[in-house]
Design a binder for this molecule. Structure first.
Ligand code: NAG
Ligand code: NAG
Ligand code: NAG
Ligand code: NAG
Ligand code: NAG
Ligand code: NAG
Length: 378
């Protein structure tokens, strides 16, 4: 009986051993019980610890991390989340593995779409499988979504494992357990949040709001007039990774939705900042110094500071939002914005807050202290 249960559990997770599955996630309890509750959903990588450390530093109660498929597969991104928590004695925070695949998008469909509408500079998980790149430490792309690349886990291979493999169901449970109290943060694709929205029609309204890294407007000209990196950072990859999920989430009845997109494209950290942070030596300041890609904006951390500290927003607006879900479109997966009088009558679109700019001083000092003096479970 017990054996057959184990076998069932393992279907679909062929690369996970029985030992991994039965091991608990590490501990019980939370770092800041009583603080503002938040669930952080992202395509975690080795450089991502600042996001949950900032939330903990502000006294927030991180109920758990959820992994999604965007830059790599949800399995690998979840392994990064487990490892990042472990290196700082934060394994009392559970990690829930998200959906392997976007709702419709696949590597084959993304490849065909690029042939029709133009190549993406950054293809994320949809990039063709590249054995050499993975051997050199890149996160997995294409191929089997459940495989784990140890070479990319520069934080260390986790000794803990997932609290569940059904993140959407766990999010629904948490929001039902604490109605009106849980903020949802989306730093990657929307697949898991869309599944939670569809699974439970009360989910979105019962949260305390949604913060999103993504939702770019009017960036097309920027994509023509600079280098490929400039085209890349204006692409809105998080939404394009799962356009249908983006539409489900951005039209759902969350009490409020805040989009942080172009504002984050203005925020960078450089070698000097990272060396300064590393003046205090710990695993997180070392990972930040060694793994941050300084040619990219700190998109996710900018979104986190908007969530943690509303006063950090310098300028914002509101509009109604739609998502292009037409496959035969160069803006497939991008948003379209409306003023109230012009909202299409046959769609139930909703108003969102769009952040124009953020106080970079607040952002950089918050990130620095969170990395230098991380909270721990004990
Ligand atoms: C897991 O334990 C091994 C052996 O102690 C260690 O080398 C590794 O770094 C640990 N993983 C993490 C993520 O800390
Ligand atoms: C984690 O705990 C170990 C053992 O208690 C300790 O050596 C290490 O400094 C702690 N790390 C952090 C980041 O608190
Ligand atoms: C595969 O990755 C290697 C190492 O990053 C790179 O040099 C090579 O161009 C890649 N191959 C393809 C076909 O993209
Ligand atoms: C979002 O809605 C919740 C619930 O009504 C409220 O507590 C919170 O202050 C709102 N947040 C923003 C940014 O408007
Ligand atoms: C806010 O940003 C918009 C768009 O860039 C600009 O038109 C407006 O002047 C800005 N307002 C302030 C107070 O900076
Ligand atoms: C940004 O925040 C810092 C404190 O972190 C403050 O001194 C500064 O005045 C703020 N800048 C703006 C433009 O509000």
């Amino acid at each position: 009986m017990r054996q057959s249960t184990t076998t069932l559990l393992l279907v679909g997770w062929a690369s996970i051993t029985t030992a991994d599955v039965v091991k608990p996630y590490g501990g019980e309890g939370r770092v800041n019980p009583g603080g503002q509750k938040v669930i952080l959903d992202n395509d975690w990588n080795a450089a991502a610890a600042g996001q949950f450390l900032m939330a903990l530093d502000y006294g927030w109660d991180v109920l758990g991390l959820v992994s999604d498929t965007s830059n790599s597969w949800a399995m690998q991104c979840g392994m990064h989340a487990l490892a990042l928590l472990e290196v700082g004695n934060l394994s009392c925070i559970p990690v829930h593995k998200g959906a392997d695949y976007p709702l419709l998008m696949t590597p084959k469909l993304m490849d065909a779409w690029q042939g029709l509408e133009g190549p993406l500079v950054w293809q994320g998980v949809f990039a063709p499988y590249n054995e050499t790149a993975e051997a050199l430490g890149s996160d997995p792309t294409s191929g089997d979504p459940t495989r784990v690349n140890r070479a990319a886990l520069v934080e260390g291979y986790p000794n803990t494992t997932f609290a569940s493999y059904t993140a959407a169901a766990w999010m629904v449970e948490q929001v039902r357990k604490y109605p009106g109290e849980v903020i949802i943060y989306s730093g990657g694709s929307f697949t898991n949040i869309a599944m939670a929205v569809r699974m439970d029609s009360g989910f979105a309204a019962l949260t305390k709001g949604l913060y999103v890294m993504g939702g770019f407007v009017d960036t097309n000209l920027l994509m023509t007039s600079g280098d490929e990196n400039q085209a890349d950072i204006n692409t809105d990859f998080n939404l394009k990774a799962d356009p249908e999920a983006a539409k489900i989430v951005l039209t759902a009845d969350f009490p409020n939705i805040t989009l942080v997109s172009s504002a984050s494209n203005a925020q960078f950290i450089d070698e000097d900042y990272l060396n300064d942070v590393y003046e205090v030596k710990n695993p997180y300041t070392k990972l930040a110094r060694d793994t941050t890609e300084t040619f990219l904006p700190i998109w996710d951390e900018t979104t986190v500071i908007v969530m943690l500290e509303p006063e950090s927003v310098l300028n914002k607006t509101t509009f109604y939002v739609n998502v292009d879900t037409s496959y035969y479109s160069p803006t497939y997966g991008n948003i379209w914005a409306y003023q109230k009088a012009l909202v299409p009558r046959n769609q139930d679109l909703r108003e969102v807050t769009y952040v124009y700019s953020v106080n970079g001083t607040t952002l950089r000092s918050s990130l620095k202290s969170a990395l230098q003096y991380p909270k721990t479970c004990s």
